[in-house]
Design a protein around this ligand. Sequence first.
Ligand SMILES: C[S@@+](CC[C@H](N)C(=O)[O-])C[C@H]1O[C@@H](n2cnc3c(N)ncnc32)[C@H](O)[C@@H]1O
Length: 273
Amino acid sequence: MKRIIKSLPFVKKTYQSFQESKYERRFAGECYGCFRGVFNTFEQAIQSAPKTKTIGYDNNDLAQEYQEMLESENWEQSQHLINSYDYPVLFWLNSIFTTNLVNHIFDLGGNVGIHFYAYKKHLNCQEITWTICDLSEIIKVGKKIAEKRQQKDLFFTTSFAEANNKNILLASGSVQYVNHFSQQIEKLLVKPVHILVNRLPIYDGKQFVTLQNGGKVFYPQYVFNRSDFIESFNEIGYELIDIWQDRLGSCMIPFYPENSVPFYHGMYFKLRE
Ligand SMILES: C[S@@+](CC[C@H](N)C(=O)[O-])C[C@H]1O[C@@H](n2cnc3c(N)ncnc32)[C@H](O)[C@@H]1O
């Protein structure tokens, strides 16, 4: 009996490493949306990734997948066209529009145009220019779709510097993939007055990086400390106007319960006058 009890930590450790290697195999395969590990940097997360998929969103296969989704016959009618986390963004966009005649939206991580196409019928402003900033493989496909639809008010770029002089910055589900977000905003000569950050993994612990299985690829993402994230905007002249929960997003990391985030957040920051 004593021997069994004595060996318990060993049994526990062996069981744990068995579970971990089982999860490793699962994560390396078809475990879409699963997270793995806690790291300090993107580089560490990338180095630790299984060799079964490539790394990052800048991928033509992914872009094709987004195109198929957008062009599928029932996408415009789909009940997922507008999700619950989109409503606070629509609410704040429409409030901003009532005080501005012409609006320039800079949509970081706007993908092939999903927010542009999904939001436009809910926005009460005629005069909008919409610029999507995404990675080159994604915007190549986004441009093709826009050309086919003869979209005159939709533009694409890979350069964050083009956020200069746009009054609204929208970043939905993208800030976690970007390094030094607030520093990039600070460098702009004319900063956006309104910043809507949505679908963001924040929590009360220390900032870290984790790795996600994105189906065709793996990608590293940040999980930010809530107050440091808000403070980084205070420091560059912004005031937090609103914060909301996104109950559809979560970052649950097996074996790291203290780093797991059960739901995401969205925020609206406004430049102080
Ligand atoms: C999870 S998707 C979010 C898409 C969409 N905004 C939404 O909320 O559903 C993340 C998007 O961010 C883009 N992205 C990732 N890293 C980026 C970067 N460094 N600069 C610009 N876009 C990036 C990806 O290509 C992808 O379109």
